[in-house]
Design a protein around this ligand. Structure first.
Ligand SMILES: [Fe+2]
Length: 391
């Protein structure tokens, strides 16, 4: 996260004695990524963060791949993902490659029984339904419909939901998730032509600090396994931190669309990027205003990337028979484009209310066994002219 943030108490000079009011010293921890080259924060704990009491079970949670060489356009009915009480068990991985896991989840209960850390991946949660509070060792972030939550690898967290009716899209990215480089200046500040700026960020604000000794279960995801470690002190024992590595949020409703006289290409919707995929936000906006504009997109060959669209809300102009929670996968190597009749329907339209999240991966995606259960099985035929009847 390319802005400096601090919460709580800090010593005036880093790596110096930081005295507790009742004697003794706080314990400093450098919390960084990409070795010592990436973003980092300096944390001050009440207790040494290394006090493992017990190493318990390890469980293989590697997604089960059913189709590893996919050349078929797919439509997955995302809201058919069954709700589950437990936050981690609710996660259903659907599309995977060596860079990321793309999945959906419908968690019913708040995560309070244990703590969770993903040591493999930065996580992105997109809140389609529900609200609550992301509670982390570096502070809390209230969230609501439309929020992206970015949780850097290694962050210990829990999550509270206000109700049992929750729908999330999640990504586990083995590469750091950044704001788009093309929108940052050489200091990292977002430029004037960026669709969002620092003021839109949801930064962690309330630091929960516990001085509790006991048995605290931490489930750590590493190398596709979930490892259970018991710690001797409450993992939320940070009294203060500063730096650049912390969880943060951004609402898709604060993404300001870039429009033009003629159709703008998908990169104008770019919201986050990694070295292996991008995340784009398709938001309500005015259509192109050239008198002869064709608001529907042109056919395009995404030869080098697989394209995944997750439909959130509104009427998706270029697609027939698409509803909330649907996922379409357009594999690289073959062109795709508007459905029959969609181009003609778009002529003269002045605005769209569509809301969707797109993930374009630079390596092909594989489908899991769970994905095939959601597959409508016929989407790849939907560009045939005779399918105009299904409008
Ligand atoms: Fe596309």
């Amino acid at each position: 996260m390319p802005i400096y943030h601090k919460l709580g108490k800090l010593p005036t000079k880093r790596h110096t004695q930081f005295e507790k009011p009742d004697g003794g010293l706080y314990y400093e921890e450098l919390f960084g990524t990409v070795g010592f080259e990436g973003m980092s924060s300096l944390l001050y704990h009440l207790h040494r963060p290394t006090q493992v009491k017990q190493v318990g079970e390890s469980k293989d949670v590697t997604p089960k791949v059913a189709v590893d060489r996919n050349m078929k356009a797919r439509k997955l009915i995302g809201f058919q993902v069954p709700p589950a009480d437990d936050f981690l068990e609710s996660r259903v991985p659907l599309l995977v490659n060596t860079d990321l896991i793309f999945g959906l989840a419908a968690p019913r209960k708040s995560l309070r029984d244990y703590f969770y850390k993903n040591a493999d991946s930065d996580e992105l949660l997109f809140i389609h339904k529900g609200s609550g509070v992301l509670r982390t060792m570096l502070g809390n972030i209230p969230f609501e419909y439309g929020d992206y939550l970015i949780i850097p690898r290694g962050m210990i967290y829990q999550i509270d939901f206000a109700t049992e009716d929750n729908r999330l899209l999640y990504l586990e990215s083995h590469h750091p998730i950044y704001t788009p480089k093309k929108y940052r200046n050489w200091f990292g500040q977002l430029l004037e032509h960026s669709p969002y700026c620092e003021r839109d960020y949801k930064l962690p604000e309330q630091l929960e600090t516990y001085n509790e000794k006991g048995d605290f279960l931490l489930k750590i995801k590493k190398q596709g396994y979930l490892h259970e470690l018991m710690y001797g002190y409450h993992p939320f024992d940070v009294v203060g931190y500063d730096g650049y590595n912390y969880p943060w949020g951004f609402s898709i409703h604060n993404f300001e669309p870039i429009t033009g006289r003629v159709h703008q290409p998908p990169p104008v919707h770019l919201t986050f990027e990694t070295s292996a995929f991008v995340v784009c936000s398709f938001c309500p906006r005015l259509y192109d205003y050239h008198p002869k504009a064709v608001p529907a997109p042109y056919n395009h060959s995404n030869i080098d990337s697989d394209e995944v669209l997750y439909y959130v809300d509104g009427d998706f102009m270029s697609r027939n028979d698409i509803a909330q929670g649907h996922i379409t996968l357009h594999p690289g190597g073959i062109p795709h484009g508007p459905h029959p009749g969609a181009m003609e329907r778009s002529l003269g339209k002045t605005r769209t209310d569509e809301l969707a999240v797109m993930v374009d991966t630079f390596r092909p995606l594989m489908l899991t066994e769970e994905a095939l259960k959601l597959d409508d099985g016929k989407y790849y035929l939907s560009w045939l002219s005779e399918n105009e009847a299904i409008n």
